[in-house]
Design a protein around this ligand. Structure first.
Ligand code: NAD
Length: 298
């Protein structure tokens, strides 16, 4: 697709093109499956979970199925809820030292008595398939694109899928967490975009997003970015995953940080929630698992 740039004086798009994260993820998984088949040695992903993390347990079950379908071995290490930090670290060291294990990840959140950063630091840099070890996060600054944090990699891939050029584009990242907002801001800088990073203390979010060619919403605030925040034709990537309860019906649903209905008639491209960044993030984990395995043999 030809690269395009939008300006505020262009007519409002009738309706944004929905970026189909599920389809993009399926293509990524197919590529991983083909490359896994061609490999000389088995890839094995070891995941560690501490009991009492229902969302993590669902994710782990999905991971097991997906890995199996791609030809990647999967081992889940389940530790009791009352496990200690040193027991988690011991488990990581065992995985690090196990030659058959080529990728390691830890399901978050961990119980409060465990230091998440200490756990992430313990993962062997070469097996860190979520890209959470500070060495891999730091590597992003130097342009190392191998074990990039998965959500940041997914956001970049989704923007690239639109064909919109990032070089010279005004991009606003809403949210500056260590694992999403900051790494993606650095990746965008490497793509030679003009990047504005915003956070909870940003006084006038509107004034930044309204001029942006690309808006990335990663604040964890349901419906934060509305149609009024968005320049006509902009690319809007919704990273948020928020569970909200409708008091009227008593039902619970998953929504993003973008008010989908009001942004749809304004944006040029828009990711849905669910079905946008989420599935591509999972596919990036699998791609990182493949890359880690390939690098372990080179
Ligand atoms: P976090 O809580 O660690 O960080 C939130 C960031 O948003 C902070 O920098 C905060 O200052 C900023 N923020 C809060 N309110 C703001 C506002 N009004 N304006 C501007 N900035 C504001 O969150 P996180 O871990 O980065 O996650 C953010 C969201 O993305 C959550 O909904 C999370 O569930 C989701 N998430 C999705 C994926 C995925 O794969 N789709 C992965 C990770 C996180």
């Amino acid at each position: 697709m030809q690269a395009q740039r939008y300006t505020a004086d262009m007519p409002t798009a009738h309706e944004a093109t929905i970026i189909d994260g599920r389809a993009i993820a399926a293509t990524l998984r197919d590529t991983v499956a083909d490359r896994v088949q061609a490999m000389q040695r088995a890839a094995r992903l070891d995941a560690i979970i501490v009991c009492g993390n229902p969302a993590g347990e669902v994710y782990a079950a999905n991971q097991a199925r997906t890995c199996e379908s791609l030809g990647i071995e999967y081992t889940l290490h389940t530790l009791p809820a009352e496990t200690t930090e040193s027991a988690v670290l011991d488990c990581i060291v065992k995985c690090n030292n196990d030659e058959a294990c080529t990728g390691v990840m830890v399901h978050l959140p961990l119980p409060e008595h465990i230091d998440t950063q200490a756990v992430q630091r313990a993962i062997d840099v070469a097996k860190d398939v979520e890209g959470v070890n500070p060495a891999n996060i730091g590597g992003v600054i130097y342009g190392h694109r191998t074990l990039v944090p998965c959500t940041a990699a997914a956001i970049m891939h989704l923007i690239e899928s639109t064909g919109v050029s990032l070089q010279g584009a005004e991009v606003v990242v809403v949210g500056a967490s260590d694992i999403v907002g900051k790494p993606v801001a650095v990746l965008l800088m490497q793509a030679e975009a003009t990047v504005t990073s915003t956070n909870v203390h940003t006084t006038d979010l509107f004034s930044h997003t309204r001029n942006a060619d690309v808006v990335i919403a990663a604040a964890g605030v349901p419906g934060l970015v509305t149609g009024e925040h968005v320049k006509p034709g902009a690319v809007v990537i919704d990273v948020g995953i928020n569970r909200v309860r409708d008091e009227a019906t008593g039902t619970t649903s998953t929504v993003g940080d973008v008010d989908f209905e009001s942004v749809l008639p304004v944006a040029g491209f828009l990711t849905p929630v669910p079905g946008g960044v989420g599935p591509v993030t999972v596919a990036m984990l699998l791609r990182n698992t493949l890359e880690a395995c390939l690098r372990s043999h080179s």
